[in-house]
Design a protein around this ligand. Structure first.
Ligand SMILES: [Ca+2]
Ligand SMILES: [Ca+2]
Length: 250
């Protein structure tokens, strides 16, 4: 009878576990207007005009692609240091809670009503980095990114980061993008374009996949579960009954 009970339990768990262990996959995107580069602060006003962002998260990797309007992306790989190049920063609100992390999307606290920056990804060829902030907004440290995960495009830049560097985030998060002009050293101009704009709700990811077919119990699996449950309870009851009988005999 014990073997029967173990068999019933194993069948029950076999059909139940896939729905618990299904792999979540998230994605989100956003766009930004053309010709809205502002407050250039010595940057070239004809450059660094953000156009769109795509974020995707699978079971192991965070991916982002940031594109610029027209020919306004100044490639890092081709830049003359004295001229500088487009510097991209991606802020993540991992818990989608504006009350945790560094308030807002910049040092002025813009969009603090919508956004609390938990992680800031800085894509700068000299020092690609991840900056971390505590729940109370305290700067917690900086880790450098492997440049092998960064790819420059004709009109933008892509980055892939292991989730282990993003606190193993499961993928449901909010995000924003900033553009600056690097001065070719460790410094850069002020922010020249925001995506989303100041005063506009941040972009967010949502789940884009459904659990794999095996994760959804079909009619036969449901029948087995319905059959297995009573058998589990029946075998347990019979075991207790036999034990009571042995106690009486002793
Ligand atoms: Ca723009
Ligand atoms: Ca937050």
């Amino acid at each position: 009878m014990l073997r029967t009970r173990q068999f019933c339990i194993s069948i029950f768990l076999a059909f139940l576990s896939p729905s618990v262990l299904a792999i979540p996959i998230y994605a989100g995107s956003g766009t930004d207007a053309e010709g809205d580069v502002t407050d250039a602060q010595f940057a070239d006003p004809t450059l660094h005009d953000l156009a769109s962002v795509l974020v995707e998260v699978d079971e192991s990797t965070f991916f982002a692609r940031v594109l610029f309007h027209g020919n306004t992306y100044s490639a890092q790989s081709e830049a003359v240091d004295s001229k500088g190049y487009s510097k991209v920063s991606i802020g993540l609100d991992l818990d989608q809670d504006p009350d945790t992390g560094d308030p807002g999307v910049d040092s002025s606290g813009n969009n603090a009503d919508f956004f609390g920056t938990d992680i800031l990804i800085s894509l700068d060829k000299n020092f690609p980095s991840i900056f971390r902030f505590s729940d109370t907004g305290v700067f917690e440290g900086r880790s450098f990114l492997n440049t092998g995960g960064i790819t420059e495009l004709l009109n933008g830049i892509e980055v892939s980061i292991p989730l282990s560097l993003l606190d193993n985030e499961e993928g449901q998060l909010n995000f924003f993008v900033l553009a600056q002009q690097s001065r070719g050293t460790s410094s850069s101009t002020g922010i020249v374009d925001y995506m989303s704009d100041i005063g506009v709700q941040a972009f967010g990811t949502s789940r884009v996949t459904t659990p794999p077919p095996s994760a959804v119990p079909g009619p036969s699996a449901i029948a087995l579960i319905l059959l297995g449950l009573p058998m589990v309870f029946l075998s347990a009851w019979m075991k207790r009954r036999r034990a009571r009988r042995r106690d009486v005999v002793v």
